[in-house]
Design a protein around this ligand. Structure first.
Ligand code: NDP
Length: 316
């Protein structure tokens, strides 16, 4: 029997289903799945170049010199090169005026060699991120953050041009791991514009019955324990305990949290929002952190760029 204790001290019976003592969840290897997707993209890019003599182009814009942003941008640029996508590198100084950044976005919107535009976040404080992101043409919005793309995602019968990369990566992990979404109870932990909200909309589009848990939700364990699919995106290290997981559930852990670890040279290690060791004893399958959702986010960015390019190049 698996039980949890809620915030008022009541014991909740999550399931009386017995699990074999040696039960171990299948690990969903995001690195391997992402690599497969990258190979598929590389072959499609090479077909495009052969047929139309044109490669997809992704403009990667970075403002300032934050170390974490620079490393993400370098990773994305390298990933482009590996699959044959042309990366157009725009590096702007920290103090660039907002109007100048927006003018750059407009220039990229008009450039026929650019099929996707990515503005690395966060932007410096003097720049209004929302204003800048809204200026990106929805045909080139490969991050999928434009309100029109998100709005279409939320509406029945409408198709956004691009889906946000991390949520799209979560769904792709489920599908490529053979997990049925239709008719299942899914719980998303987190409701941010970048992950929680769009992933819940995507699950709905896939015909799951979706509940969203957030920081004001009472008794989250009581809700999470009913989920066949859990998508954790709260940014709270190991908040989801093994006892909160329904036996056999699929767990996609988006959370990426640094916790102190003096045994590491860096002094820290990355953990997810789910207590991985505990959850492995209960879940049917689970993504590790790192090596789960992270590699998929970059693969989906490449896929979005390819799809954006195909819409333009294939009609030339
Ligand atoms: P945000 O901080 O923007 O949002 C966090 C969400 O979680 C909010 O909706 C918040 O609720 C909710 N939340 C916070 N604490 C709790 C809690 N105790 N119980 C339930 N819900 C809670 O984060 P992001 O969405 O941007 O990112 C989430 C995590 O995913 C982070 O760890 C981030 O690093 C990681 N991430 C990983 C990516 C990858 O590629 N692997 C990509 C993007 C993010 P409320 O709205 O009420 O404040």
């Amino acid at each position: 029997m698996i039980c949890a204790i809620n915030q008022v001290g009541e014991i909740l019976v999550i399931t009386d289903m017995a699990l074999p003592v040696d039960h171990k969840a299948n690990i969903i290897d995001g690195k391997v799945i992402a690599q497969t997707i990258r190979s598929e993209i590389a072959s499609e890019v090479s077909n495009l170049v052969e047929k139309y003599g044109k490669a997809p182009g992704l403009a990667v814009v970075i403002v300032g010199n934050r170390k974490d942003s620079q490393s993400y941008v370098n990773m994305k640029r390298k990933a482009c090169a590996e699959v044959g996508i042309k990366s157009i590198d725009i590096d702007l100084p920290e103090e660039v005026p907002q109007a100048e950044l927006i003018a750059k976005v407009h220039e990229l919107n008009a450039d026929p060699n650019v099929h996707g535009i990515l503005v690395q976040l966060p932007l410096p404080k003097h720049i209004n991120e929302e204003k800048v992101l809204t200026e990106i043409s929805i045909e080139k919005d490969v991050d999928g953050f434009h309100p029109l793309n998100i709005g279409k995602l939320a509406m029945k019968g409408r198709d956004p041009l691009f889906l946000p990369c991390t949520p799209k990566g979560c769904i792709e992990l489920l599908k490529r791991s053979g997990i049925t979404i239709k008719g299942k109870r899914a719980v998303v932990v987190g409701r941010s514009n970048i992950v929680g909200l769009p992933v819940s909309l995507l699950l709905l589009k896939e015909d799951a019955t979706v509940t969203v848990v957030h920081s004001r939700t009472a008794d989250p364990e009581n809700i999470i324990c009913e989920a066949d699919i859990v998508i954790a995106a709260a940014g709270q290290a190991m908040m989801i305990k093994g006892s909160w997981i329904k036996p056999g559930a699929a767990v996609i852990d988006v959370g990426t949290n640094a916790v102190d670890d003096c045994s590491r040279k860096s002094g820290y290690r990355l953990v997810g929002d789910v207590d991985f060791v505990e959850a492995c004893k209960v879940a049917g399958c689970i993504t590790p952190v790192p090596g789960g959702v992270g590699p998929m986010t970059v693969a989906m960015l490449l896929k979005n760029t390819l799809d954006g390019a195909k819409r333009v190049i294939a009609t030339l």
